[in-house]
Design a protein around this ligand. Sequence first.
Ligand code: SAH
Length: 230
Amino acid sequence: MIPMEGDAPAPGFRVFPSADGSIPAEENAVKPAAPCAFPRRMPLCVEIGMGKGVFLLEMARRHPETAFLGVERYESVLLRAVQKMEALEKEAGAPENLRFFSADASMLPALLGEEKAERIFLNFSDPWPKKRNAKRRLTSPQFLSVYEKILVPGGELVFKTDNTALFEDSLSTLREQPRWEVTAETRDLHGDIRRAAEAGLPAEENVMTEYERRFSNLGNKICRLKAVFR
Ligand code: SAH
């Protein structure tokens, strides 16, 4: 666990929706180490700092055979994702392979117990530019050691941001870690995808996040790195 001075107490564990597909009431907090309650065993991907769930809802729709778990520390933000799931339940049906937790990322090993993830997505994580807050960055050595506990060996971290300082800092942090290997990096993801399409080459999948759309509309280039945990 990563103790952080001055932090508000971590919000309680909560899973959305619950195993029977309903949205649990306030008092039905999920206990640490409770299984993720997916309908069957599937490879698991986790997005940390999922915000309102735009990315995960689309990923879950595109990949029905993968389980997606979103973690977001602010319940008020997560609520927007829950509302989207509720709306989907009333229409076509919400994806059964998608779950949300309101918790700090540092709680993930306790939440997952023996469960391991194949991939962790970090999308547009808070930059924490001041050096004294460096340990709060979701790509700090402290958080990497949290991810080491929940990833399978060979599992992958995929990080997107428009913040070049955070991107470069994250790359050098990962390169200093003996058990992590940076396997891909780009400082212009959308340009790469466009150029591949123009050359008739198959482009890699990229599901846009809410922040990605907002910042690329402002003209910011999107950086992405991939790193494997050995
Ligand atoms: N991924 C979304 C939102 C990015 S904003 C998108 O790309 O559109 C970053 C989000 O990460 C915020 O909602 C913030 O509350 C959350 N966050 C930051 N630190 C966190 C932590 N330690 N644990 C869980 N969530 C965190």
